[in-house]
Structure formats: structure tokens, C-alpha cells
Design a protein. Structure first.
Length: 299
């Protein structure tokens, strides 16, 4: 299915070059300049405005949601239940796990818990990598469930993907959550910075880009309609069409950038759960997957 995106890219390039070449350089020059100016201005302005909009519109609500989620998840109990479910031949209680998690100055919490389990089962009875993955899976399931009731879909999916890709996220969160020197609000602020802030800012930036680009292109179209019949270039007819086709290449680049942003926005908002708008489908394409992987360079 990824070929659908490649076909769209090819059709956009062909259409943009053909239509602009047919109209000629004189009639498309202003629109071409408008496309470039609109793209650059929208990119710069959205990049500058997105962090401020995030702070003003989303950060407080995200932090409040994470604080509420933290209150509902007892990680010490989650890990206790998971360890006991593995049936290692002994029963651990929550107090023991909680004591180990509060000892944040002595290394990573999962290393301490693993050493504790090994002290009960003996060396080699439990493989460390499997044990850490087991804790990470329990962490993702427990915290993710609370996020789903309180946060946008794209934040929940990004949390899950980030935690699976990088176990350090769990470690960082546990250090924050079991730091007795911080208030619940301060903990939520630091946790929000770990996975939610960047994703939320990206969504806002894409929305701003699309809005700004649309406004700027309306202005460019208005100016273009006024000037296109007043511009005259004393060049041969064939040259006029060739130069128009070159402007079409620029237009195609702008349109492909818009396509990539819209697809990225849909993937984020749907959590990549759609059959077509999923990263797995996109990665199966040839041309479009390259653009999607380098999405940040387009903003």
C-alpha cells in the first residue's frame, strides 16, 4: 500500500511541471515566487510560534493530565505484581520494591530490583535483559492505560513507541516519580518534558504551518491574478514553456511538502492505527518514505 504515496508524488510532479509549462513562464512566475515565499515564511513563523502556542494552550493541561495519571498508578505495586506473576519461587511484597525504588541515589531502579531478585533466586536463574523488558512492558501497560483516559491519542502512541524504543524513558520517569524532594506538580512537569512536550509542539507546528501557508498563498494568488497579464517577457515561445516547467518543479516540491505534512499530521492524530496512514505502510514506499523520515527538514 505504500506505493500509493509514491504514485501520488509522481502524479504531483508530472501535473505541476506539465500545467506550468503549458501556461508559460510569464503567467506562472508570480505564483512560483509566491509558493517559495509562502513556504519559507510559513516554515519560519510556525517554528517560532509553535513553542509559545504550546506553552500558552497545551502545557498546563498536559501537566495536569500527567499529574492525575501519576496519582492513579502505583508503580511499586505494578512491578510487585509483575514479579510475583513470574513465579520465581518466592513472594515479594510492595514495601520491599518501594524501598528499592526510593533509593534513587544508588544507580538505576531496575538494576536494584534485579539484584534483589537474584539474591533470592541465585545467579543465572533470571536473565537480566528479559527481566528489564518485563518491567518495561508492565510500566508501558500501566501508565499508558491512564494516559489513554486523559491525553490525546498522539501523545499516548508516542509514549508507547518511545518507551519501547528507549528503556531509559522508564528509568528517567521512575527517578522523577520517586524523588521525594519534588512535589507532584514538579514531577508531572518533568515527566511531561520526557515524551509529551515535543510531540504536542510538533502537532501545533504543523497546524500553524498549514494555516499560515494557506493565508500566504491566498495573498500570492490575489497578487498573481493582478500581475499575470501585465508581465511580458520577450522570449521565444519554446523557452517560455521550458522556464514555466522549471517553475513547475518548484511548485511540485511545495505540494509534496504539503502532502508530507498532512500525512504526518494524520499519522500523529490517529496514533498510526489506520491501515493506510501508519508508519509501517509509509516505510514500505520508496520515494515518500525518504521524505517522511526527513520530515523535520521540511518544517
Amino acid at each position: 500500500m505504500g506505493l500509493i504515496f509514491d504514485i501520488l508524488v509522481i502524479l504531483i510532479v508530472i501535473y505541476a511541471i506539465y500545467s506550468n509549462a503549458k501556461r508559460g513562464f510569464g503567467k506562472v512566475l508570480v505564483f512560483g515566487i509566491g509558493y517559495i515565499v509562502a513556504t519559507l515564511l510559513a516554515s519560519v513563523l510556525s517554528a517560532v510560534a509553535a513553542p509559545a502556542c504550546y506553552e500558552a494552550m497545551s502545557r498546563d493541561s498536559n501537566i495536569s493530565a500527567i499529574e492525575a495519571a501519576n496519582e492513579q498508578v502505583d508503580f511499586a505495586q505494578v512491578f510487585t505484581d509483575k514479579i510475583n506473576a513470574e513465579d520465581y519461587g518466592f513472594t515479594v511484597n510492595k514495601r520491599q520494591i518501594e524501598t528499592l525504588m526510593l533509593d534513587i541515589k544508588n544507580g538505576e531502579f531496575d538494576d536494584r530490583i534485579y539484584d534483589f531478585v537474584i539474591s533470592k533466586t541465585g545467579e543465572g536463574a533470571v536473565e537480566k535483559g528479559h527481566f528489564q523488558n518485563m518491567l518495561n512492558d508492565a510500566f508501558i501497560e500501566a501508565f499508558g492505560k491512564q494516559l489513554e483516559d486523559r491525553m490525546p491519542e498522539y501523545v499516548c502512541r508516542d509514549f508507547e513507541k518511545s518507551a519501547k524504543k528507549d528503556p531509559q524513558l522508564m528509568r528517567k520517569m521512575m527517578r522523577e516519580c520517586y524523588d521525594s524532594n519534588q512535589t507532584p506538580r514538579e514531577i508531572a512537569e518533568r515527566v511531561e518534558d520526557l515524551f509529551s512536550a515535543n510531540t504536542t509542539t510538533e502537532v501545533i507546528q504543523i497546524f500553524l504551518y498549514l494555516i499560515l501557508f494557506s493565508i500566504l498563498m491566498v495573498i500570492a494568488a490575489f497578487i498573481g491574478n493582478i500581475l499575470q497579464n501585465k508581465l511580458f517577457f520577450n522570449i521565444r515561445n519554446s523557452t517560455d514553456h521550458i522556464l514555466g516547467g522549471l517553475i513547475g518543479i518548484l511548485e511540485a516540491g511545495v505540494m509534496i511538502t504539503l502532502l508530507t505534512m498532512i500525512v504526518r499530521l494524520i499519522v500523529l492524530l490517529t496514533g498510526g492505527q489506520s491501515l493506510l496512514f501508519s508508519e509501517e505502510t509509509i516505510n514500505s514506499s520508496f520515494l515518500f518514505s525518504f521524505l517522511y523520515r526527513n520530515f523535520q527538514f521540511l518544517l
